[in-house]
Design a protein around this ligand. Structure first.
Ligand code: NAD
Length: 425
């Protein structure tokens, strides 16, 4: 394969916003300090060589704040930023743009024959997913998605209990993830118009449920509220309630409700408020972000500037016992895992074994785009249901692989059926 010149994997980054700061930046800085090593692929360098963003301002702020913690990188902005990044000799590209801009960037990355890591949700429709799958196969590269909640140690434990049969047959459950108002009001102000918090964060739990419990997604329903971020009759949503129904393949069903918001008051105790309950034939799993262990109050700082409950498993800034400052957690681990997967494909054995290694890494369902079909179907359905709702027709329901259609939107009363996707999900 022509893109990898030596024992380095040269990285490109599209989008330098909040998630870049939380997870990509610590990964690249650690890689610059220590390189990366694995028994299968040896020692490699992983330099960040180029970034592309809308204005370039945050990239420049990062360059000056990071100093020599990061090497020299080019920063491109404006309309042709990604084309210039792709011409800068990168081997893989991470896409962390707003969710409705993933597809355009991801398609270009794959068409250029570069490995892709795209933030969740991968894309917003099954047609887009088909196109990315096709390009990744044609170009012989990886196309992977970041669902870092799958790497949360608590979720690994949940999956282990399910895989080992200790928790049997998930029947129902709820998940709630509430973001502070500052996320919709200032952090995402540039791109929030016409968007919803379900696609942004419910997707974490869609993937967790899909990956952990399995089964065939049958039905998707969704409603939501408006009037705080945008007009009460508009297309920008404050909060959403999604319901997924699964066929478990044994004549039984399971249903999950996922509630999300990005208008929760800024002074609540955590960065996000998260809670889940999953009910099984023989058990119940309860988890709450504020019951993970730590609560800390600092006069004059908590709960706005510093939060009372912190998730030190995700991306914690720490002073290590040996004196070093670090940022670690499962958010960073997700990026590192992807780079290890690329390194395994490119350097994990002789050149003629590359197709076999590519197939091996593609088979990893937790992050491969080929295994994202039901999650994208749920997102596609949610987007369509909310769009109909905003157009004055609430309460549509989507059916998956039903009556010869991959994804069909059933309109209430005798409103008929909109086919969202013809192929099989
Ligand atoms: N894994 C997670 O838990 C997690 C958490 C937060 C965000 N995210 C995801 O990361 C993505 C970005 O979120 P964020 O919080 O960093 O958003 P943000 O608004 O803070 O940053 C977005 C970045 O994308 C850039 N951008 C926008 N349009 C672009 C374009 N057309 N071409 C190139 N760059 C463009 C902006 O300049 C900015 O640098 C979203 O898909 C979001 O869902 C994931």
């Amino acid at each position: 394969m022509g893109t990898v010149g030596g024992r380095s994997l040269r990285a490109g980054m599209v989008g330098t916003g909040m998630i870049f700061d939380d997870t990509y930046r610590p990964f690249f800085e650690r890689a610059r300090l220590e390189g990366m090593h694995g028994r299968r692929f040896g020692a490699i360098e992983v330099p960040l060589v180029a970034v592309a963003s809308r204005t370039g301002k945050r990239a420049e702020a990062y360059r000056s704040a990071a100093g020599d913690r990061i090497g020299a990188f080019e920063s491109f902005s404006g309309e042709d930023a990604l084309d210039r990044l792709l011409g800068a000799g990168v081997d893989f590209v991470c896409v962390a743009t707003p969710d409705d801009r993933h597809f355009a960037a991801a398609r270009k990355v794959l068409a250029a024959g570069k490995h892709l890591l795209v933030e969740k949700p991968s894309v917003l429709s099954l047609q887009e997913l088909d196109e990315l799958e096709r390009l990744a196969k044609e170009k012989g590269v990886l196309a992977k998605v970041v669902y870092h909640k799958l790497l949360d140690p608590d979720h690994k434990k949940l999956r282990t209990l399910v895989a080992d049969g200790l928790l049997r047959h998930a029947n129902s459950g709820y998940c709630s993830l509430l973001e502070p108002r500052q996320v919709s009001g200032s952090q995402f102000a540039e791109w929030i118009t016409g968007r919803n918090p379900g696609t942004y964060v419910a997707v974490h739990y869609i993937k967790l449920i899909d990956f952990t419990f399995g089964g065939r997604l049958k039905t998707v329903a969704c409603t939501g509220q408006r009037g705080i971020v945008g007009a009460s009759g508009g297309t920008t949503w404050d909060s959403t309630q999604l319901r997924l129904i699964y066929d478990r393949g044994d004549g039984r069903e399971a249903a999950f409700d996922i509630h999300t918001s990005w208008v929760t008051p800024d002074n609540f105790p955590g960065y996000v408020e998260q809670e889940v309950q999953f009910r099984f034939d023989n058990g119940v799993w309860n988890a709450h972000g504020r019951r993970r262990g730590v609560e800390c109050t600092i006069e004059g700082k908590t709960p706005v500037e510093v939060k009372i409950s912190m998730n030190n498993h995700y991306s914690a800034t720490c002073l290590e016992p040996w004196g070093e400052r670090s940022r670690r957690g499962y958010g960073v681990e997700a990026i590192e895992r992807f780079v290890r997967e690329v390194a395994t494909v490119e350097f994990g054995g002789p050149a003629d074994g590359r197709p076999g290694r590519l197939a091996e890494i593609r088979a990893l369902a937790y992050d491969d785009i080929c295994a994202d079909r039901q999650t994208v179907a749920a997102v596609h359905a949610m987007e369509a249901i909310l769009a109909r709702h905003a157009a004055g027709e609430p309460d549509c329901v989507a059916r998956v692989n039903h009556d010869g259609r991959g994804l069909a939107l059933l309109r209430p009363g005798d409103g008929g059926v909109d086919v969202l996707y013809e192929g099989t999900v």
